[in-house]
Ligand binder design. Structure first.
Ligand SMILES: Cc1cc2nc3c(=O)[nH]c(=O)nc-3n(C[C@H](O)[C@H](O)[C@H](O)COP(=O)(O)O)c2cc1C
Length: 373
């Protein structure tokens, strides 16, 4: 479990390892049961029902009595950590209510040259330019299918994040992903916002988005109509672009949005030596930026579209802020490395206390509370 803290300056000897090796080791440990298991009983106040999936009580009564804890909470692991679906159970056992595997590309591809992940320790940030390194859909499919067929219920919900191959056309790749993974996923995420695949973020422009979304929604409706499909957007969009995306998403009946991916911007406040590296910035420097985008999207969609808030989360207060801004669920990744693998139960406890202090009986009552003030 120590690899998770390799970014922390208080573990200097562990920080000697390069970030990508730390990442790989963390996934290996989660895969092999070497990460902590959250055994704290879930607070019913953290139960939240989103796009028809209850983020609680997902197991039948019989199975429920045989496990210590039921994942019933809005905190998820963001895409990019378990890219190939190797350690889903281990991450769920850490206390996440859901895990988003991926991005998965149709064909295997190596991604960009190394080094491609950088710590900004002083800023609690990360810059990455992985460029969708993926084992490919077939391998990830077989891995996840084996979990589903093992008969063992997963403790949380499984999201699968879809990407495209570097030189392939976008629409056929995403259509392929929806067809391939629809039967295994609790929900699907179409990722059109990673900054490290040429042309990807252009898919967020109205014209391209309409073509893509109509194609993926069509195949979703035909092949897996009950599986919610979400679109993941960037934090660097203009107000006009955001408005157009919200219009398209609403018109085409997308089930929700993941807000946000990493940013290509570089806030003035950054001090880490790697701050000029090319790639997407995540972690603490992204926190407020992504919360503001959640706030705008919530407003633009009249609070009717479920949002998954992500960007810079490391404490219960951060989760609470995103929920109050309009997120129904909240994910984290980068700061897990700084806060450690034992942070999910701590974050959930903090969130429970904050909800109670403000008189909310349930997470659901706090969603978008800031907009209602
Ligand atoms: C190393 C790394 C790899 C990532 N890979 C992906 C990816 O493959 N697909 C994706 O949709 N997002 C990816 N992300 C973005 C995260 O899912 C998340 O949106 C972003 O990092 C903001 O959250 P955070 O500040 O909690 O990390 C990646 C992030 C990092 C740090």
């Amino acid at each position: 479990m120590f690899v998770f803290v390799t970014f922390q300056t208080r573990w200097p000897i562990l920080a000697l390892q390069d970030p990508e090796s730390s990442h790989e080791l963390s996934v290996w440990m989660a895969k092999n049961g070497l990460t902590p298991i959250d055994r704290v009983a879930e607070n019913p106040a953290l139960k939240v029902n989103v796009f028809g999936k209850e983020f609680s009580e997902i197991l039948g009564e019989e199975q429920r009595s045989s496990v210590t804890n039921i994942a019933g909470n809005p905190l998820g692991l963001a895409a990019g950590c378990d890219k190939h679906g190797e350690a889903v159970k281990g991450f769920m056992n850490m206390g996440f209510g859901f895990v988003e595997v991926g991005s998965v590309t149709p064909q295997p591809q190596p991604g960009n040259d190394k080094p491609r992940m950088f710590r900004l320790t002083e800023d609690q940030g990360v810059i990455n330019r992985y460029g969708f390194n993926s084992h490919g859909a077939e391998e990830v499919f077989e891995r996840l299918k084996a979990i589903r067929e093992s008969g063992q219920e997963l403790r949380g919900n499984l999201a699968i994040n879809l990407g495209k191959n570097k030189t392939a056309d976008a629409i056929p790749d995403y259509v392929y992903g929806v067809k391939k993974f629809g039967e295994l996923a609790d929900f699907l995420v179409v990722n059109i916002s990673s900054p490290n695949t040429p042309g990807l973020r252009q898919l967020q422009s109205r014209k391209e988005l309409e073509g893509l979304i109509s194609a993926v929604m069509k195949v979703r409706n035909e092949s897996c109509p009950k599986v919610p499909l979400l679109v993941k957007i960037a934090p660097d969009l203009t107000d006009t672009e955001l408005k157009e995306i919200c219009q398209v998403a609403t018109k085409m009946k997308v089930d929700g949005m993941v807000v946000t991916n990493t940013t290509i911007s570089r806030p003035e406040s950054l001090t880490g030596a790697a701050k000029e590296e090319t790639g997407g910035l995540s972690g603490l420097p992204l926190k407020d930026m992504s919360t503001e985008v959640i706030r705008k999207v919530y407003k633009l969609t009249g609070g009717k579209l479920p949002l998954i808030g992500v960007g810079g989360v490391g404490t219960g207060q951060d989760v609470y802020d995103k929920i109050r801004a309009g997120a129904s669920l909240v994910e984290m990744y980068s700061r897990l490395a700084y806060e450690g693998p034992w942070s999910p139960p701590k974050i959930k406890l903090e969130l429970s206390r904050l909800l109670k202090a403000d008189g909310f009986e349930n997470v659901a009552d706090a969603i978008g509370a800031d907009a209602k003030k």
